[in-house]
Write a protein that binds this ligand. Structure first.
Ligand SMILES: [Zn+2]
Length: 105
């Protein structure tokens, strides 16, 4: 059977691991397998709104906390986190993942 993507859009597969856990999409709430979900780490300021503006004016550094967001494929495409790629390039690793995997600088 021809596959659209080399890894079929997942990081699980034959000889890798069994069933993967599910996570909720941070935007729409859809249940998605964790290995298929697009994971994004964002640094969210602890103070938001008018209070934050005033504090920034005064020159304070607002602490930010690390939040992990999971997106389903449709939401990730909607927000531009991942982009639609040409048929041939879909089978390759995305550029940023390639650099992460092989540690090329
Ligand atoms: Zn979603």
């Amino acid at each position: 059977m021809p596959y659209k993507r080399k890894n079929r859009g997942r990081s699980k597969g034959r000889g890798k691991k069994g069933r993967s856990e599910t996570v909720h999409c941070s935007n729409c709430g859809r249940l998605i397998p964790a290995d298929k979900a697009i994971k994004k780490v964002v640094w969210v300021p602890t103070v938001t709104g008018a209070m934050a503006k005033e504090l920034e004016k005064a020159g304070t550094v607002i602490p930010r906390k690390r939040v992990i967001r999971y997106y389903c494929v449709s939401c990730a495409i909607h927000f531009g986190i991942v982009k639609i790629r040409a048929r041939e390039s879909r089978k390759e690793l995305p550029e940023e993942l390639f650099y992460r995997k092989y540690r090329v600088k």
